[in-house]
Design a protein around this ligand. Structure first.
Ligand SMILES: Nc1ncnc2c1ncn2[C@@H]1O[C@H](COP(=O)(O)OP(=O)(O)OP(=O)(O)O)[C@@H](O)[C@H]1O
Ligand SMILES: [Mg+2]
Length: 238
């Protein structure tokens, strides 16, 4: 339980010379659910893209299972077992639900493993089984988010990174999506979650980090963060 899975050390990312991440340090242990909280433009998505290798880091280290992966290609990082479910779902709308899910298994050669993972995803989201032959674009927002998460799970990742899975959803669907994240957590999945639904994310996560304009300004368990001054002024307006 306390083995480090992901360690980020003094990560710096710049866009056109402008620093967006200014020395971020963060760690996720195997089996943990960790959330990163921050307002619009704080650098949350940039952080996840840097881990995926789709955004180049200027300085710092990203260590996954004791191997430095900063500078590695995204395909290599995916094969190492990190999956990124981006903001805004990015589904192939005209394709049926099941085809969208299968796209997430492209790194697997073993058909039995693909079938097993598909069964796991349908077990987690029974509604997707009912709608497997329906174009993804015809699903509700919450269901499309389930497809996006399900697609990420199809490669059986060691670390699942979710970028604002509740974004743009009605409150009822927010609960539904986050409760599936909760059941993944219970099944032992290691999760790095970026969220703006602060309370919900803290209820779910073992620990959280506060990211403000590219810097970690606070960290701790949910109750520690809810009581800290920096957190209360940043998110609760107190
Ligand atoms: N490709 C890019 N080129 C230039 N600037 C960028 C690029 N991507 C992001 N930025 C800028 O970097 C900052 C951080 O962006 P990022 O998307 O990481 O924020 P975020 O915390 O995910 O915000 P949100 O909650 O709105 O998704 C923003 O000011 C954004 O405008
Ligand atoms: Mg973002």
């Amino acid at each position: 339980m306390d083995k480090m899975l992901l360690e980020i050390e003094n990560l710096v990312v710049k866009y056109g010379g402008l620093p967006v991440l200014q020395g971020v340090c963060l760690a996720v242990k195997t089996g943990e659910t960790v959330c990163v909280l921050g307002s619009n433009g704080a650098g949350k998505s940039t952080l996840l893209r840097a881990v995926m290798g789709s955004q180049r880091a200027t300085a710092g280290k990203i260590i996954f299972e004791e191997e430095e992966i900063q500078g590695s290609r995204t395909e290599y990082i995916v094969r190492k077992g990190i999956v990124y479910v981006p903001e805004g779902k990015m589904l192939f709308g005209p394709l049926p639900v099941e085809e969208n899910l299968l796209l997430g298994a492209y790194i697997l050669r073993d058909e039995k493993a693909v079938a097993r993972n598909l069964e796991f995803v349908y077990g987690l989201f029974p509604r997707l089984l009912e709608r497997r032959n329906q174009p993804a674009s015809t699903l509700s927002g919450g269901e499309q988010q389930m497809v996006a998460i399900g697609r990420g799970l199809m490669s059986n990742p060691r670390l699942l990174m979710l970028d604002e899975p509740s974004l743009g959803l009605a409150p009822l669907l927010v609960d539904e999506v986050l409760s599936t994240v909760h059941s993944l957590k219970r099944q032992g999945m290691t999760i790095l979650l970026v969220e703006q639904s602060v309370r919900e994310a803290l209820d779910l996560a073992d620990r959280g980090y506060v990211l403000q304009t590219g810097r970690i300004t606070g960290q701790g368990t949910g109750s520690e963060l809810l009581q800290s001054d920096i957190f209360r002024s940043a998110f609760l307006g107190i």
